[in-house]
Design a protein. Structure first.
Length: 374
């Protein structure tokens, strides 16, 4: 059988290649024959049981660091960065760690984070925005890997107050942690709304916050334990409700689809031009983007510069999804930004979006069959 395979292999080679192989084989055999057996030494070193471990790249966190801060470290088979969240032919979301699901996010808070919540809420910390400004200026790295498979070190809780008009939708989930830059952006944004709409009639109007990240980032699961977002792992993504102002009334404390074009374009411009964190992209439902385009494409000279950073993505018809870089900087976070390469898919909209695509394919097939028959 082995000879037969050799004949088939050599039959595919040209005469010159076959002669070269024969020459090299003969030369190798002659070299071995001329070397005394007792003087031949293997050309490799024996394994050293006390040898140093392979060092990781200087740009990558150490395994020790990841084991402390990445809540998915062991679920990821002791890899610092996990697998991408979408997998398989039908692009299903990968599962989160069941151990984390049973434990919950709040159990992952550090004592330092608990102390910050207490001091910021009680006023002992002083001016929160000034404190966050100082932390951002230190440029400490907090977000690791990518927004889809990473984790968050020393995550900063976002604290609602009378100064920022922020409202955390589900505080018991403990998914209001971000980088210092994200916490700074939301604190600054809330104060801008509070300053612009400072009248007593707006005192019950709030900016509603959804998911940002867990205390240490990682896979963000929902109430059922399945993965809720493709991103939100590094504290650089935040879901923020539309700006809804009802003078003399309380604003809704949940996400909703009512979209005031004028107020939310003002709100969007504040987000995109904020001084605390460079914004890579804001995801929004296409129907709202179309409304903004109809109203401001020819009226606001800033539209041409800003609109490419507001992108449609399914599942964002009732909130803004803000994605930032590592700190302050130009819009897009680099000179030649490509917001069109940013991607996000929420788990609660993924199946609906997939069914829409499959339905469209079926309609095209039906139309093609009708054309053939005609």
């Amino acid at each position: 059988m082995r000879s037969h395979l050799k004949l088939r292999f050599f039959g595919r080679l040209g005469a010159g290649s076959l002669l070269l192989i024969q020459f090299l084989t003969f030369s190798h055999q002659e070299g071995l024959a001329s070397t005394p057996v007792e003087s031949y030494q293997p050309q490799f070193s024996a394994c050293d049981p006390v040898s140093d471990p392979i060092k990781t790249s200087s740009s990558e966190p150490s395994h020790q660091f990841c084991s402390v801060w990445n809540p998915d470290f062991f679920h990821n088979h002791q890899q610092c960065c996990g697998a991408m969240p979408l997998h398989g032919r039908r692009k299903k979301f990968s599962a989160c760690s069941q151990e984390r699901v049973s434990r919950g996010f709040c159990q992952e808070m550090t004592q330092e984070q608990r102390d910050y919540v207490e001091s910021a809420s009680s006023g002992k910390l002083g001016d929160v925005l000034s404190f966050l400004n100082d932390q951002i200026a230190r440029k400490s790295e907090q977000a690791f890997c990518t927004v889809n498979n990473g984790f968050l070190a020393s995550g900063r809780p976002v604290i609602p107050s009378v100064h920022n008009r922020l409202y955390v939708q589900l505080p018991s989930r403990c998914t209001y942690f971000g980088t210092d830059a994200m916490a700074g952006l939301l604190e600054w944004l809330g104060r801008e709304v509070s300053k612009t709409y400072s009248g007593e009639e707006y005192s019950k109007n709030y900016i509603v916050l959804g998911d940002i990240a867990g205390p240490r980032g990682g896979c963000l699961f929902g109430r059922t334990g399945s993965r809720r977002h493709a991103s939100h792992t590094t504290g650089q993504d935040a879901d923020v409700g539309f700006l809804t102002l009802h003078p003399g009334q309380s604003s809704p404390l949940v996400f909703h689809r009512k979209f005031d074009v004028d107020k939310n374009w003002w709100f969007l411009k504040k987000i995109l031009k904020n001084p605390m964190a460079c914004v890579k992209v804001v995801f929004l439902g296409k129907e709202h983007i179309a409304k903004l385009s109809r109203h401001f494409a020819h009226l606001d000279p800033e539209w041409n510069t800003l609109h490419r950073f507001v992108r449609h993505m399914p599942g964002h018809s009732n909130h803004f999804h803000i994605r930032i870089g590592s700190g302050p900087g130009p819009l897009g976070c680099k000179p030649e930004a490509h917001p069109e390469l940013e991607y996000e898919e929420d788990a609660d909209s993924f199946e609906a979006h997939e069914q829409t695509i499959l339905g469209e394919i079926d309609r095209l097939k039906t139309r093609q069959s009708s054309s053939i028959e005609q």
